[in-house]
Design a protein around this ligand. Structure first.
Ligand SMILES: [Zn+2]
Length: 139
């Protein structure tokens, strides 16, 4: 086999494989499309059976059981939709106003009214009395 015929054969093989792949994808696509159509018909079949079930016209026990299962699922959805509405109605809790009365660091007592106030305040937040600079600031 010459180099040229070897290369020609390689090119033909590549062309053959590309064509094969293209035809494979096309047929697979058609099969997928047909399966989609079947799913659509199955859905339609189910919807028809469900309508008959709701009209009380469905006699097959097996199909009636599916109708009951669908109604149970619908009831579950209704519950979850109520839960969803409640969650959506929740609001972030408003912050409590800063309490100066909390014990611990950063508070002291107003010499005028005796209420606890943050240590950095220059005036009492309760009575408005001017406050001396805190001893913490002085040290
Ligand atoms: Zn005060």
């Amino acid at each position: 086999m010459t180099v040229q015929s070897f290369l020609q054969r390689g090119a033909k093989r590549a062309s053959f494989e590309a064509d094969k792949l293209q035809r494979t994808l096309k047929v697979q696509n058609t099969i997928g499309s047909l399966r989609t159509q079947i799913r659509g018909k199955v859905t339609h079949l189910g919807e028809t059976a469900l309508r008959l079930y709701r009209q009380g016209a469905l006699v097959e026990e097996e199909l009636k059981a599916i109708g009951q299962a669908i109604e149970a699922l619908e009831a579950h959805i209704a519950e979850k939709e109520t839960e969803l509405a409640q969650i959506k109605a929740e609001t972030f809790p408003e912050e409590e106003p800063l309490s100066a009365g909390q014990p611990g660091m950063g508070s002291r007592v107003c010499p005028n009214c005796g209420q606890a106030i943050p240590v950095e305040m220059r005036f009492c937040i309760h009575c408005g009395a001017p406050l001396p600079p805190s001893s913490e600031g002085q040290s």
